[in-house]
Design a protein around this ligand. Structure first.
Ligand code: EPU
Length: 434
């Protein structure tokens, strides 16, 4: 298992380029299941969840060609024949977003069998709203042996009001509705840029969707979708993570290839903290200029402060003067990073859904463990300013969603390296019997 070794203290200086958004790429790959023609996606990040999705689609019979580097990170998916419209437990347990194939499969093949995801480090995360929505579009749902099976001759348009806002739930039903008979109205939808990006792709494929990016989406169902070419939007969470890295290290960092309009809630909060930023159409420059002032955040659905930036913001809050109250509203157990940050010298108390961070703390390097994707990012940030050499274990979590993070950070001056598992020394061979 790989580890990251980080020696803190260097300001990050220079330019860092943002990759394509993992959370836009995953539904876009699932959308390719809706047509028998090739779908070409550019700016697909080279992260582990994409490889998991490749295996998921390939297991159904789709052809997936992942190309990186000069090929603009271009991926071509052709789901001409889908011999087995199923998502196995083996793959779903590795990546909950696998449930994104449920809607497209039942819409295209009339049948889908998808493993129910089990528990998750950050919260229960059920998919009941995906299932309920499909039922409202006329799918027959059965559940047995840990799998959900959905069948329908052809889905029928209808009205779906989400009881609570769900990002992948909105995406799953949006995809299903594109091939339904008649009009579907989705209400109380997630307004994340990743939902709008998916709708852009689907419209290029011939779907008729209006209102994506707002809370009401209208879809006029069509009988067939065709191939398309689409460029995935930049990853706003990766961009936000680097902005905080630049600020915390007292650096001067230009984060390019991002969309600052997707970062409004974060940038407004950083301004309150005292972080100086300047924006252009596709870049944010951050000039770390301590001291920082404590400021409270509450995570909310987009356009509110993203839960996916909560852990990274907490790392910054350890370096701000005063008490920051961090309230996590989306997931019930997303404070796994707290105890590790405390081991590095942070002063944080958790009371239910709130964490009280008292700063400024001088952080000291320690051996720590990553527990989930964004928690790992917060440990990297803390390590960048800690005194000494931090070793972060279980970095496979970070590899799920950050493309070559150590190379990117190294290129702007961080002292960071990846090490593989250190195997115990071979035991000495027993002495030969006389
Ligand atoms: N929920 C339900 N029932 C459902 C669906 C969701 O109760 O059927 C609840 C969840 O348990 C949660 C809340 O609704 O408490 C919101 O969950 P949502 O469905 O919006 O989350 P998601 O779609 O599973 C996506 C991102 C997450 C991100 C959340 C919230 C992808 C692939 N994943 O998850 O990203 O945290 O939205 O913004 O888009 C990450 O990238 O690290 C990550 C976890």
């Amino acid at each position: 298992m790989d580890k990251l070794v980080i020696r803190g203290g260097n300001p990050l200086l220079g330019t860092i380029r943002v990759s394509g958004a993992k959370n836009a790429a995953l539904p876009a790959m699932a959308a390719a299941l809706l047509t028998d023609e090739p779908v070409i996606l550019e700016n697909i990040p080279q992260v582990r969840d994409i490889e998991t999705t490749r295996r998921l689609l390939a297991a159904m019979g789709a052809e997936v060609e992942l190309g990186y580097g000069r090929a603009q990170h271009r991926t071509t998916i052709c789901a001409r024949t889908l011999s087995s419209p199923e998502a196995s437990y083996e793959l779903v347990k590795q990546m909950r977003a696998s449930s994104l194939v449920l809607g497209p499969l039942v819409a295209r093949c009339g049948r889908a069998r998808v493993s129910l995801p089990g528990g998750c480090a950050i919260g229960a995360r059920p998919i009941d709203l995906h299932i309920k929505g499909l039922e409202q579009l006329g799918a027959k749902i059965t559940q047995d042996h840990g799998y959900v099976e959905a069948t329908a001759d052809r889905l029928k348009g209808g009205e779906i009001v989400f009881e609570r806002i769900t990002v992948t739930g909105t995406e799953d039903l949006l995809m299903a509705a594109t091939l339904a008979d008649g009009e579907t109205v989705l209400r109380n939808c997630a307004r994340e840029p990743e939902v709008a990006d998916l709708a852009d792709l689907l419209n290029k494929m011939g779907a008729q969707i209006e209102g994506a990016g707002t809370s009401t989406i209208r879809v006029r169902g069509v009988s067939k979708l065709h191939g398309a070419k689409h460029r995935i939007i930049p990853d706003r969470i990766e961009a936000g993570t680097f902005i905080i890295a630049g600020a915390m290290t007292g650096g001067d960092l230009n984060i390019v290839g991002c969309d600052p309009s997707h970062l409004a809630a974060l940038l407004a909060k950083l301004h309150q903290v005292g972080v100086k930023t300047a924006q252009s159409a596709d870049a944010v420059r951050v000039m770390g200029d301590a001291p920082f002032k404590a400021a409270d955040i509450t995570t909310e659905e987009y356009p509110g402060f993203p839960t996916d930036m909560q852990a990274q913001y907490m790392a910054l809050a350890t370096q701000a003067e005063g008490v920051s109250i961090i309230t996590e509203n989306i997931f019930e157990n997303r404070f796994m990073h707290v105890l590790e940050l405390v081991r590095m010298g942070a002063n944080i108390k958790v009371e239910g859904r709130r964490a009280l961070v008292r700063g400024k703390a001088s952080l000291s390097a320690a051996a720590v463990q990553a527990s989930d994707l964004r928690a790992s990012a917060s440990l990297v940030l803390a390590a960048l300013v800690a005194d000494g050499e931090t070793i972060i274990d279980r970095v496979y979590h970070i590899d799920r969603g950050y493309e070559h993070i150590e190379e990117k950070l190294k290129s702007v001056g961080a002292q960071i390296r990846r090490i593989g598992e250190i195997l115990p020394k071979k035991a000495a061979a027993p002495a030969a019997r006389p």
